[in-house]
Design a protein around this ligand. Structure first.
Ligand code: EPU
Length: 339
């Protein structure tokens, strides 16, 4: 276990916001986490768990303790000719895990290539991209209860996964810390899942129609659209794609016949927030040291030296324009921490 005092979080949030935490503690095992949860320091302080910091926006210094998992390991715990169940430590980098699966020819997570962050965070917000989401492969989530220190394993059903959503963001927010995630991957009978518009076209370019080709295609698209956090601070999509009723969407279509959508059910559709933001003229626009990314309007960027409030102010202006023009409310996808 490692404890740091008065710790700069600059390298622990992909927005590149220069804030500090009173303490930053990294633990290596479930036992160490349990020991920490019983400690006087945590009894007396506010605390939160972070992963790779790729979906966080700090507004102020964090007056408390930040916990970070170093629980590592990828172990096969079940398997047959057709599938494997892997138990993966929360501290593993998500994309290293995806790369591992692709190298073994295990199918199921290749569409989620290149997503920053760590495995422990993947069930919390049910990461998703290019027609797939983590929930398609997660079969169980091992956690520790922050109050009692007891271990509990949630089945996928108990996680109540939804679009960028799970029980860990709602009823159990801040109540459990994820320690291991179990993923079920296919070893035989894999079929590419490349129906998502831009992926279909990119995949066409690869002669071998295998799992590695899907990963390469996804990485190629991401590379074109999404800024590299080490170069331009960002947290991926800043907003969720808003869900509206089909009747409201059809009303909007009369004025905006090109408005795209993803069908969710007979009653609801999701409108790409990037499209709404672009239509309001924000794409590529800078305000001081923050900006809307020029290749994907859903991504807000720190051009250097921005603080959390600069980003929030830009986000508020964007939300106001989208509300005025389309009558649609955008909800941030990023977790905003006021300190
Ligand atoms: N669009 C625009 N202008 C833009 C951006 C998008 O018009 O500037 C429209 C286009 O019509 C485009 C459509 O929006 O065809 C969809 O865009 P894209 O494929 O880039 O996907 P998205 O809906 O904007 C979601 C995820 C991304 C994920 C991509 C790819 C959310 C909030 N975001 O974005 O996830 O990579 O799909 O599957 O659901 C993330 O969560 O951090 C993230 C990057």
């Amino acid at each position: 276990m490692k404890t740091y005092e008065n710790y700069s979080l600059l390298n622990n949030n992909t927005f590149g916001i220069d804030v500090k935490a009173n303490y930053f503690i990294e633990y290596d095992s479930v036992e160490e986490l349990q020991q920490l949860l019983r400690s006087d320091l945590l009894a007396e302080s506010k605390f939160m768990q972070i992963g790779g910091g790729s979906n966080l926006l700090f507004i102020n210094d964090y007056q408390g303790v930040i916990l970070h998992s170093k629980i590592m390991g990828i172990d096969a715990i079940e398997g047959s000719r057709c599938m494997a169940v892997l138990r993966v430590g929360a501290g593993e980098r998500w994309d290293s895990f995806v790369e591992y699966c692709v190298s073994k020819n295990y199918g199921g997570v290749e569409n989620l290539s290149g997503i920053p962050g760590e495995v422990g965070a993947t069930p919390v917000q049910n990461i998703g991209a290019y027609g797939a989401e983590a929930a398609n492969t997660i079969v169980a989530v091992e956690c520790v209860n922050v109050k009692t220190g007891e271990e509990r394993t949630f089945t996928a059903k108990e996680c109540q996964f939804g679009y960028r959503d799970s029980i860990f963001k709602r009823d159990y927010k801040g109540k459990y810390i994820v320690t291991y995630v179990h993923f079920k991957l296919s070893k035989a009978g894999w079929q590419p899942n490349v129906n998502y518009g831009s992926l279909k076209d990119e995949f066409e370019k690869y002669p071998d129609k295998n799992i590695a080709a899907v990963r390469s295609a996804v990485l190629a698209i991401r590379g074109r659209k999404l800024p590299e956090p080490k170069v331009l601070g960002n947290a991926g999509s800043f907003f969720m794609n808003p869900v509206v009723s089909r009747s409201y969407y059809e009303r909007l279509l009369k004025t905006y016949p090109d408005m795209p959508c993803y069908v969710i059910s007979d009653a609801e559709v999701k409108i790409p927030a990037g499209w709404l933001i672009e239509q309001c003229g924000w794409k590529g626009k800078s305000v001081g040291n923050v900006a809307v990314h020029g290749s994907q309007a859903l991504v807000l960027i720190n051009k250097g030296g921005a603080n959390g409030l600069d980003i929030i102010n830009l986000s508020d202006s964007i939300r106001a324009s989208v509300r005025t023009k389309f009558g649609v409310d955008l909800t941030p996808e990023v977790n905003i921490i006021f300190g």
